[in-house]
Design a binder for this molecule. Sequence first.
Ligand code: MN
Ligand code: MN
Length: 285
Amino acid sequence: MLNRNIENFIGCDASYAEADVVLFGAPFDGTTSFRPGTRFAPAAMRRESYGLELYSPYQGRELTDGNIFDSGDIELPFGSPERALGMIEERAGEILADGKLPFLIGGEHLVTLGAVRAAAAKYPGLHILHFDAHADLRDEYLGERLSHACVLRRCHELTGDGKIYQFGIRSGDKSEFEWGKEHVFTRLFDFEGLEDVLESLRGRPVYLTVDLDVLDPSVFPGTGTPEPGGVTFDALRRAVTAACQTLNVVAADVNELSPHYDASGASTAAACKIAREMLIALACK
Ligand code: MN
Ligand code: MN
């Protein structure tokens, strides 16, 4: 018997009804400031995911040990960030309302705001754990308040002070860092202190957002705003795994892969492997 052609993320083959984790793509890059192309990431990751094993030797489990459903991409209007965010919020909200964990693949980092809106509506007291090269705390960028350079600032408007924890940050304008000191926790350059933060967040509802440009461009050149001085693949893998295993993660995303800047395919492979480790840790609790 022949099977229908499908292009799920590898191993995300559960039915929606039985799924604990529901993946979806938001192929949006309408506010990208430097090099566009993240809209192609969800499709590239699904395709390249078949180069991965289901099994994680790091965790001793495989993707199919958990119940994960891939609900495909949302068809988004590129000219309207607000409408795109509304559609992302709706998808994430539907998954949350069904008692499942939304796992969003961007897209540029602005897409996170849609899913955070949905998570904050369901979980008062939501905390955000944010891995990124960039602070993303600008109040506006080129006159726009809905920009990937402003996404954590918009999230702060939903969570309030002391709820956002950033790691790996090595770029931002002076005012972002000054504002950040008053309102968020920022660990520059690496993941030092993550263990203590995970301990302090234990049991609380947490949104985990991974801007993959936190990785050094030598391992992750395929992104819109490469920022030298980043963390190693293994440092990020350990950090996301610890966060997903330890915390009450209620929703998560990976974003900012831009496949057309990934001539070797190595960045897409790194993105897929980070996603696999997160999915296994989230779905196999
Ligand atoms: Mn970002
Ligand atoms: Mn970034």
